[in-house]
Ligand binder design. Sequence first.
Ligand SMILES: *Cc1c(COP(=O)(O)O)cnc(C)c1O
Length: 728
Amino acid sequence: MYGIKDMTLVLPERISGLKELAYNLWWSWHPEGRGLFKLLNRKGWYLSNHNPVKMLNSMDPAAIEAASRDPHFLRHYDAVMARFESYTDISSGWFCSNVADPKKYSIAYFSAEYGLHHALPFYAGGLGFLAGDFLKEASDLGVPAVGIGFMYPQGYLRQMISPEGWQVGACEILDRKNAPIRKVVDDKGEPLSVKVPVIDPPIHLEVWMVQVGNTALYLIDTSSEANDPWNRCISDRLYTGDLEQRLRQEIVLGIGGVRVLDALGISYSVLHLNEGHPAFAVLERVRDMVEGGAVFSDAFEDVRSTTVFTTHTPVPAGHDVFSYQLMDKYFASYLPTLDLSRDEFFRLGMNPGSSTGFNMTAFALRCSAYRNAVSKKHQSVTRKMWNPIWPDLPEEKVPIDHVTNGVHVPSWIDRRLGDVILNRYLGRNWLEEHDQSRIWELIDEIPDDVLWRHHNVMKNLLITRIRDRARTKWLEQSADSRLVMALGVLLDPNALTLGFARRFASYKRPTLLLQDLSRLKKILNDTWRPVQIIYAGKAHQDDQQSKQLLQQVFSAAKDPSFGGRIAFVEDYDELLAQYLVHGVDVWVNNPLPPMEASGTSGMKATLNGVPQLSILDGWWIEGYNGKNGWAFPGAEGQDRDAMDAAEMYDLLEKEIIPLFYDVDVEGIPHRWVQVMKEAIKNTGPNFCARRMVKEYTDKFYRKAIESAMKSKTRKTKEDFKAELFKRI
Ligand SMILES: *Cc1c(COP(=O)(O)O)cnc(C)c1O
């Protein structure tokens, strides 16, 4: 048996449920949950940066005591707790009524990162948010999922920009006591410790739990005192550049993850690998069965037929390749326990397209029966990329499906838009039925001025927030004045505002709009129809090239000849993303096709009525319908950057700017608001995580569960191996 250790704080009996509520991220997508904490301690909520565990821990016990006797607070408390409790009943969920008994069949979801809330910085970017949104939606639909990931105590880079425009990062150590995470303990109350054998000496893993609605996420922590220092730091940082450390991370995540679930007594029928990083999980599942007496062939087939693998990027750096030498160092003594030879193992990880090393994606593709890309376009790119694994098949028959990404609607829609406007015009049930297109047609019933006023409230909030940050920097650090100006001091709430916020990676082309500075200056500095751009995003710590791109953007922001109409906002995170996707006028996306497998930030923006100006790549090929934003195909050849930039300037000058400034006597741009409505209408039902999770279930989980139910007839081990390795 295992238990959970939480804060030592003792709450008055009458409101003791606050503790469970604080540790369940349910509050992060239920405004009434957040509202309760705000009601309890508004200032504390703000000072804790919206983290109820930290807030409760630092509250004056007398104030908590007083709240437990305050009838006004208690009325709210009882109402919220009633909703919270009814939410946690999954026996009435979609999965239960449509798929299978959630108590019998569940899905173990493995991912190297999770983006859930800014209080839990276990993410780098899109992959993490996809995983976080997946867990939240699984919870909403009653899909019985359990997550496995990493606790990165130093994984989080707080970004600051030097006056020279250079990104200087400081790692922020996670304050575990004050985070909405709880340590898993054994029956003696000691931290549960799970050993991973592959690494010598074996690593001791400790485990933390994050409650995401009805879904539990277990985070692996290697910092136990029982480990030697070199092992202790395995989980320190997300995506280290050191390949050996990276391999050790992936061993811990995959093999350790399966061991952790085992130690917790959690059984599951389906294994879902989110990207190749956790793929070693397959091996450990097989090993477990072989240890239990199964022959390798049976075990491998059982595991393969219940494994789902999602690949997320065509960018080469996104696919880990480890040298055989390194693989030997770690796997030499492990393989015999699976009854798998070195040669066979290496062939499972061979990329026929490039001969050296063990490729995690190739390995995951061969070890899963269900494989998918994350948009239609990405599917065809991925099929081409991995066709050599199925050399007998034509490209269009390569067995890789697609499930286009989606975003968790309750997490990303602004609560005022949802609770006030959509409740009124779409009907109170809109959120329960938000993957049905019919209800979104009612968007047209919203009067233009209502939506436009709402949008301007959001835009003002964004700009106020940005200026506040700049003010703090000015006040507390008496920072260089040019630097402070570049952070957005001169932003104008009336100007057409473009937003470009994403990881700084060269394929995303963050400097594309800066291709022709004089043309851009003319566009931005127009007296009657000004335009401004807000940039945000972090470069990876080891990526000097991306830091230089960031520096270029920053020097434009500092350049007085742009009149303060370019801003760079520091420290892009989930909270800043919320403000940006709610508050800019146009979301800009200009990656180098076909590198953006899907992209999800544009979905967050369009869901909130912020139309996208985007190159046709990733999800936008499916998302763009001619009415809900702007698209351009992207050029080919040497000059593609200059040509793509020219295309964007053209669209701005000829379509976007005139449309935005075409207002009636009351200042309402009706035709623009129509584009906003089309954006919401199309994204709500089609690019929501609900559609995505249902699709994963219908396409893969259902079948994988059926395989898990069936007992198979086995061939002999030799036949099986001969067949398996014939084509590899
Ligand atoms: C949604 C999100 C991302 C992913 O954005 P892309 O469109 O894939 O670039 C990255 N970071 C944060 C903070 C996000 O909220």
